[in-house]
Design a protein around this ligand. Structure first.
Ligand code: ZN
Length: 594
């Protein structure tokens, strides 16, 4: 008879970038408890998330696969292709908690994240799921509550079988209220209250961030240092609570001989680096480079892995260490990083990490990063089909398109992800049974339309709106003057079948000749909820593609935010109920809606 596997405490530190933790060289003493845990086990020093935010990252972490549908509580099921309600679950992928439950583990979870919830594919395999509430303006519960609930579940667990305890911490995520009302690492002589709100958000130039939430190009060096100091303060208070958690775990297992602790993040956070905040899809190291620690039962102490690892490796590493096979017919893309002796296996870590999501693919090697935009997309047209960067610590610089390194990076990226992506796209949908909105960011434009690109924000001058042809931005595609403009051809990724097709638009009033330009620009371009639908007739998708032609006269005087496709034979449906007032406040506090 083989011994029962050890229990697992799986700790997800949402929004935690590696380089602010002391063990990773952070400038402030943020993480004595994490550092000590890392020293007692294996620290993966060059570990990367496979995507930039919770929704795209968690499926990859929890299945060990680059491509997967949403696993969290639904957020935009009618206008996010990964969440369309007719998505077909991939039978060859399995979630970590489901594997452990199938292997006889008791499965317990505590989550401070409103999307990491019982009502989701990820939440479903848990026998007990403590969803922690918080006042909507606070956005999320804090570490002391997660640890209290976690220790209570741990104390009352069934000791006759191994346990998975999953803890999802949100302390590093916005909003960041200071636990002691002042940053622990203050910027000398800087009056932060004159610049920042108590929830951590900048209070200056709010117009700029209402256009682009991630824009921090107006931060002064002191603003950046303060913003980072607040972040570090939250990490330090999180670490303090982790210390309490580890002490609780050691109370009945002093040497952690029967408990494996896994520490990992879903993504990092930009703190003014390169003029950005939050975790948009820049794919910069501030967002992608995250901590990973494995410690406890059978794991070698004092080891550091310097070569590259990525989140898809976490699940296979844990399962191999527990001697648990994957269920028959399932597979992972990552690979185990520990040998049978619990030490990092030579040659297991990698030369590259990969980034995969709906509208980008990326590869990150030691010194370079390459991002490939969805072919034909507005972004590919406007920013280039691909963008290369040279990496130098936390900063990076753009590589010229002719850089010698790019072709080899591109070949390696395509070789690794293309077959997996193709397979995913071919099998991800069942038959369409509901209307959905395909936003312009997911369109592939065909042909060569006259397309002017503009970043739209509070500084965009009137001249930008007088460009000939289609005006493309991250806020959709507008046509202000249709004269002599050729139609727009787009292909959309949808299940085969017939659809009623409508343009989803926001009407733009005629541009004022003299006064009121700012009001006009804001009314026409600032929001992104469509308010008018223009029928384009019917069209048939085949081979997983729906081709749409947008005649200029149908789009004139409007900004197109997407196409609404209603499957034939499906009655028009009432609008999906929106979030209630409290939920909306919470989503705003978290930065998920504007
Ligand atoms: Zn997250």
């Amino acid at each position: 008879m083989t011994a029962a596997p050890p229990s697992v405490v799986f700790i997800l530190l949402d929004t935690t970038r590696a380089d602010r933790l002391s063990a990773w060289g952070g400038p402030n003493p943020t993480s004595p408890n994490l550092d000590a845990l890392a020293a007692s086990g294996v620290r993966f020093a060059s570990h990367f998330a496979n995507a930039h935010a919770t929704r795209p990252s968690m499926p990859q972490l929890m299945t060990g696969r680059y491509y997967h549908q949403n696993v969290l509580r639904a957020f935009r099921p009618r206008d996010q292709p990964r969440e369309f309600p007719f998505s077909a679950p991939d039978p060859s992928a399995v979630l970590l908690p489901a594997v452990l439950r199938g292997a006889g583990f008791q499965t317990l979870a505590v989550s401070a994240h409103p999307w990491v919830a019982r009502q989701s594919a990820l939440g479903e395999p848990f026998e007990t799921f403590d969803q922690l509430d918080a006042p909507p303006t606070r956005g999320h519960a804090v570490a002391v509550e997660v640890v209290d609930h976690g220790l209570a579940l741990w104390a009352s667990r069934d000791r006759t079988r191994p346990t998975l305890l999953y803890l999802h911490f949100m302390d590093a995520h916005m909003p960041r209220f200071l636990p002691e009302a002042e940053p622990r690492f203050p910027v000398a002589g800087y009056d932060w209250r004159a610049r920042f709100r108590p929830d951590g958000e900048p209070d200056f130039d709010r117009a700029r961030r209402s256009w682009n939430h991630y824009d921090a190009s107006d931060f002064t060096p002191e603003d950046r240092r303060h913003f980072a100091a607040v972040y570090d303060t939250l990490l330090a208070s999180l670490d303090q609570q982790l210390g309490r958690l580890f002490a609780g775990l050691r109370a009945d297992d002093p040497t952690l001989s029967r408990t494996v602790i896994v520490i990992v993040a879903d993504h990092g956070e930009e703190l003014g680096d390169d003029g950005r905040i939050d975790h948009g899809d820049s794919l910069a190291d501030a967002v992608q480079h995250i901590p990973w620690i494995m410690a406890g039962a059978g794991i070698a102490p004092g080891k550091v892995v310097k070569r590259i690892t990525e989140n898809v490796d976490v699940m296979p590493t844990l399962l191999a260490h527990l001697h648990l096979p994957l269920p028959p017919g399932t597979r992972v893309d990552g690979r185990p990083q520990l040998g049978a002796d619990g030490a990092p296996c030579p040659g297991c870590a990698k030369l590259a990490a990969y980034y995969a999501w709906e509208d980008y693919r990326g590869i990150r090697r030691r010194r370079q990063m390459l991002r490939v935009n969805l072919p034909g997309s507005v972004r590919a047209r406007c920013d280039g089909a691909q963008q290369g960067f040279r990496l130098d610590g936390a900063t990076r610089s753009a590589l010229p398109a002719s850089a010698d390194a790019l072709p080899a990076l591109r070949r390696r990226l395509d070789r690794r992800l293309e077959p997996l992506e193709r397979r995913f796209l071919a099998t991800r949908y069942g038959p369409a049974d509901r209307p959905v909105l395909l936003r312009t960011e997911y369109w592939r434009l065909d042909g060569d339309p006259t397309l002017a690109c503009s970043r739209l924000d509070q500084d965009t001058p009137a001249a930008a709106f007088r460009a000939a042809g289609w005006l493309a931005s991250e806020r959709g595609i507008a046509l202000l003057s249709p004269d002599g403009v050729s139609p727009l051809h787009a292909s959309l990724d949808l299940p085969d079948g017939g659809y009623a097709v409508e343009l989803a638009t926001i009407p733009i009033p005629p541009m004022p000749r003299f006064f009121g330009f700012t009001r006009w620009r804001n009314a026409g371009f600032e929001k992104d909820t469509p308010s008018a639908f223009v029928s384009l007739g019917s069209a048939t998708a085949s081979g997983g593609r729906l081709d749409v032609v947008v005649p200029p006269d149908q789009a004139s005087g409007a900004r197109i935010v997407g196409v609404r496709a209603t499957p034939e034979g499906v009655a028009p449906q009432p609008a999906t109920p929106g979030p209630d007032a409290d939920e909306l406040r919470r989503l705003k506090a978290l930065g998920y809606v504007r």
